[in-house]
Design a protein around this ligand. Structure first.
Ligand code: DX5
Ligand code: ZN
Length: 224
């Protein structure tokens, strides 16, 4: 079976922040821009928050690229900040099921804010938690590393997890995006698309030494 085309979501976490605007410009052809927010509690790392998201939005608006700002919230009880992230420029917000007892409420709030609502699962979280949410989400994100850091090795169990969720989405007739995040590169992109992923997040494999435009092109050709 030929791989389905997957949308690409370069992860800003891996970019050179001294050149934020030109890094975003280098990946302007990507459909999504992935923005990793970490609070030092849910994950053992702190990345960035509203000012960087606002800056990314300004660059995106200036480029007029139409790129979707895909905000991955690795924060405890994300319901505390959904309004602020929407105001700062998020087009899509994804909350971890492990980070709140109120995942469904978060999804409802995100949609009320007029944004796309996503849920994300850590590699050790049973997929069954997704079942009651299938009808309510615009995006499901499967972590293929333990969240918190870029540059980690892809966990091969992800293929089977993606196939299972793909089956459930197809059964439900859901158009939700199925996104994978962590250790994604030209070496596994095609296999992930074949397993049913429709969006791929990539940090270190895009923002590499030969520049982000080349990194993005490598991923695209792996999928072609
Ligand atoms: C990890 C983040 C990822 C990270 C991916 O917690 O959610 O989005 O930037 O980086 P790579 O592609 O280098 O694994
Ligand atoms: Zn991420």
């Amino acid at each position: 079976m030929p791989p389905l085309p997957a949308l690409l979501a370069p992860s800003l976490l891996a970019c050179d922040f001294t050149r934020l605007a030109s890094e975003i410009e280098a990946v302007r052809a990507a459909e999504y821009l992935h923005v990793d927010v970490m609070d030092g509690l849910f994950v053992p790392n702190i990345s960035f928050g509203f000012p960087v998201l606002e800056a990314a939005r300004r660059v995106r608006d200036h480029l007029n690229s139409g790129q979707v700002l895909d905000v991955h919230l690795m924060i405890e009880r994300p319901e505390r900040y959904l309004h602020e992230f929407a105001a700062a420029g998020a087009d899509s917000m994804t909350v971890h099921v492990e980070a709140t007892p109120h995942v469904h409420r978060c999804v409802q709030t995100i949609r009320e804010l007029g944004k796309r609502a996503g849920v994300v699962l850590n590699p050790g979280t049973p997929l069954e938690v997704l079942r009651p949410l299938l009808d309510s989400v615009d995006l499901i994100l499967i972590m293929s590393v333990n969240p918190g850091f870029g540059g980690q090795s892809f966990l091969p169990q992800t293929y089977q997890r993606v196939r299972t969720v793909r089956g459930w989405l197809d059964e439900a007739g859901s158009p939700a995006l199925l996104e994978v995040d962590g250790g994604v590169s030209a070496a596994n992109a095609r296999q992930l698309a074949e397993a049913g992923a429709t969006a791929l997040v990539a940090g270190s494999s895009v923002f590499g030494p030969d520049g982000a435009a080349a990194g993005l092109a490598r991923l695209r050709s792996a999928l072609a």
